[in-house]
Design a binder for this molecule. Structure first.
Ligand SMILES: O=C(O)c1ccccc1NCC(=O)[C@H](O)[C@H](O)COP(=O)(O)O
Length: 208
């Protein structure tokens, strides 16, 4: 089984090069100003341009964005898809408005939180943020991976939240995920990516 991998929160060339060298499928740029991984459109532009044609696809993360915020980024940065933190209806509207692939991030605490229908291209299934969290994702928090067992996902999905090189194998086996997403687990401090951890994570995810 080939597990696809997204390395999220890329902010510099070293992190980008490590994700490319490790064979990641996607890299994520976080356009949310309260994140330690935040990049502006001007900062993301040279990073996205640096991606090789056969390298990872570029995904832009937005939290409850206005159309103008998305447009501003898309006017500058070449993105292959959007990861949206908002309602399912708003994510579907963004997809229709911009004609791009959209993944909806869904915070999970119980089985009932797993989406049964949606009008987007994919789902990012991660833990519901802890009380008082400053951001809806990227909190290094895992959920009970067995919750996705037996779930009939309406669209392709990826597992996120609290994944690391030393637990991603177990997470994939328990959740049944075919794609995984990591940010904190490949960092030495919030926002500081480690090329060695990126390499270890991709290898571990692909070791099944
Ligand atoms: O990373 C952030 O700071 C962030 C801020 C706002 C929304 C989403 C954010 N990150 C999302 C991700 O990096 C991943 O989709 C996922 O949540 C992985 O997080 P982690 O637990 O840090 O590996």
């Amino acid at each position: 089984m080939t597990v696809r991998v997204k390395i999220c929160g890329i902010r510099d060339e070293a992190g980008l090069d490590a994700a490319c060298a490790a064979g990641a499928d996607w890299v994520g740029f976080v356009f949310f100003s309260r994140s330690p991984r935040h990049v502006t459109a001007a900062q993301a532009f040279p990073l996205a341009r640096h991606l090789p044609p056969d390298g990872p696809r570029a995904i832009g993360l937005f939290v409850r964005p206005t159309d103008d915020e998305i447009r501003h980024v898309l006017d500058t940065v070449r993105l292959d898809g959007l990861q949206i933190y908002d309602t399912a209806a708003r994510a579907a509207a963004i997809r229709a408005r911009f004609g791009m692939k959209v993944w909806l991030a869904a915070g999970i605490a119980t089985r009932d939180d797993l989406p049964q229908a949606c009008a987007v291209d994919g789902l990012v299934i991660e833990s519901r943020p802890p009380a008082g969290a400053q951001r809806p994702g990227g909190n290094a928090q895992a959920f009970d991976w067995s919750l996705t067992g037996g779930w009939q996902a309406p669209v392709p999905w990826m597992l996120a939240g609290g994944l690391r090189p030393d637990n991603v194998r177990e997470a994939v086996m328990r959740s049944g995920a075919r794609a995984v997403d990591v940010s904190s687990g490949v960092e030495t401090a919030p926002g500081i990516k480690s090329p060695a951890l990126i390499e270890a994570f991709v290898q571990a995810a692909r070791s099944l």
